[in-house]
Write a protein that binds this ligand. Structure first.
Ligand code: HEM
Length: 494
């Protein structure tokens, strides 16, 4: 047989496949939002700075608020201005409610949590968690009292530094963790583990930052697992998971129907309801999903509030006039003989506006958690194909000079109208927007209001004399945090 026919046939087949593949991909690229060209294999990565959200702002100057960019292993779409965020996350909420499948997250929560899953199981688990929080009193006075205990705890810590320098990064974390813990479990946390939890959560956040090479090139985890940080990430996840698993087991061992005092009992009750004749209930009604929910509450809910407090007192120390103005408002409304409460906030517009300005300036989660299009979507005439990862650039929206006057300045009054009433514009989006927006927003806002107002009421914050001032440089994990800094603490007179 003449083999040349066979070879010709194989060449033609390969060429046809290549042509079809090229046409399909050219077709996709042509319809995608425009963006910069990159190099083969690494795409545009060599031009991306350490803080990717800033590089995205540079790219948008040429390509506009909606652009695509190749980050090595995939082409992603960046929602870089409010119009693009609105046209996707708000106007097509379901389509953009997917999550990127990230190996590190899969290792951590096995696709059984809220943050990193999507589809029906995500919807049910999210609803179950929100309802669980409400039923155990998240939005009522009992929660406010718990947060006031937290605040009292922080006041006691800071009082030890009266007229001295306080290392601010050691002040808030453990108190917030203990408070959030009481929501999820009546069994107390082992206080000896607090520092290990903090270290583990920091490692997890650092691992999950969107520009981690282990996320951009997932195969890297096989090459230098020690040096790439993969092993440290795994150890941190194992530590937190094992500790939480022990707490779930204690709840299961002591579980009594109709006796639910915390989120874990509530979730177990939902699981038990669905276990018919000893048959296990389907996801998300499993203890693995409960573990995922706890891990989210822990990982997403403690450091975010902690770091927002760190930014708040850094900005307030830099802006002494703003600090004094808030203290005057607090003294007039609250007086000097009790602590501020949530009810006071109807009469504390300036203090509230400070917290909003902290959210804007800090833009704590600058690129949110990457979203994924769960079907082909049309945005501004372009096609974003099913499966595309989309980054909402919250930092860019919060620093857009067409939305904010002097966006680099710390100006709380931008949120007050002519009647001194607080106005929250839709494009102030620290918790993101749409169905994926942060589910801990009510808790975080209660905590921030009470911590920040109580501390401002009780203390004055300034920089220690004769030392270099801290900078606004950021330490970027999944959140933006200031580098450790100290403040001179002075108890205010009664
Ligand atoms: C100042 C504090 C906080 C900020 C700035 C913040 C911000 C965010 C942001 C930007 C997202 C991503 C939304 C998206 O992908 O579009 C998010 C998601 C989430 N946050 Fe928060 N968060 C805070 C506190 C909390 C707290 C206290 C909890 C829990 C008790 C929490 C639990 C979650 C969860 C579970 C998600 C995932 C929601 C989902 O995927 O459906 N967060 N948060």
């Amino acid at each position: 047989m003449d083999l040349s026919y066979v070879w010709s046939f194989i060449y033609c087949l390969v060429a046809a496949i290549l042509v079809k593949w090229t046409i399909k991909h050219v077709n996709i690229i042509v319809k995608l939002p425009p963006g910069p060209w990159g190099l083969p294999l690494v795409g545009y990565l060599p031009w991306i700075r350490k803080n990717a959200y800033e590089s995205f702002i540079d790219i948008s100057k040429k390509y506009g608020g909606l652009f695509s960019v190749n980050l090595g292993s995939e082409t992603v779409v960046v929602l870089n201005d409010w119009k693009a965020v609105k046209a996707t996350l708000l106007d097509q909420p379901n389509v953009f409610s997917g999550r990127k499948d990230v190996h590190l997250a899969r290792y951590m929560v096995k696709k059984k949590d809220i943050v990193f899953t999507d589809g029906n199981a995500w919807k049910i688990q999210r609803k179950l968690t929100v309802q669980g929080f409400i039923k155990i009193g998240l939005l009522n006075k009992s929660m406010e009292n718990r947060i006031l205990d937290l605040t009292q705890n922080v006041i006691e810590k800071l009082s030890l530094y009266n007229n001295k320098e306080a290392p601010m990064d050691s002040i808030f974390f453990s108190s917030i963790l203990l408070t959030n813990w009481k929501l999820i479990s009546v069994i107390p946390i082992d206080k000896n583990k607090l520092q290990k939890y903090e270290d583990a959560l920091n490692l997890i956040f650092f691992g999950l930052r969107p520009d981690n090479p282990l996320i951009l090139f997932e195969w890297l985890r096989f090459i230098p697992p020690n040096r790439s940080g993969y092993k440290a990430f795994k150890n941190a996840c194992d530590y937190v998971n094992n500790s939480l698993r022990e707490i779930i087991d204690s709840h299961l061992n002591n579980w009594k129907d109709g006796n639910a005092h915390d989120l874990i009992d509530r979730y177990i009750a939902e699981i038990k309801k669905r276990e018919i004749n000893g048959q296990k209930a389907p996801a998300p009604f499993t203890t693995d999903n409960l573990l995922g929910t706890l891990l989210d509450t822990f990982a997403a809910g403690v450091d975010t509030t902690n770091v927002t407090c760190l930014w708040a007192f850094l900005y307030l120390a830099f802006n002494q006039d703003i600090q004094r103005k808030a203290q005057k408002e607090l003294d007039e409304v609250v007086g000097r003989f009790r602590m501020p409460s949530l009810d006071d906030f109807t009469k504390l517009p300036y203090t509230e506006a400070i917290i909003m300005e902290v959210h804007r300036k800090a833009s704590l989660v600058p690129l949110a958690v990457p979203h994924r299009a769960i079907e082909d979507a049309k945005v501004f005439g372009y096609t974003i194909p099913k499966g595309t990862t989309c980054y909402p650039n919250i930092y860019a929206v919060h620093h857009d000079p067409t939305l904010w006057d002097d966006p680099q300045m710390f100006k709380p009054e931008r949120f007050l109208d002519e009647n001194n009433k607080v106005v929250w514009p839709p494009y102030l989006m620290p918790f993101s927007v749409g169905p994926r927006a942060c589910l801990g927003q009510p808790l975080a806002q209660m905590e921030l209001k009470l911590i920040i107002s109580s501390l401002l009421h009780k203390f004055h914050f300034n920089f220690p004399v004769g030392q270099n001032l801290p900078t606004f440089d950021v330490d970027y994990s999944i959140t933006l945090r200031p580098f450790p800094y100290s403040l001179l603490i002075k108890l205010r007179e009664i």
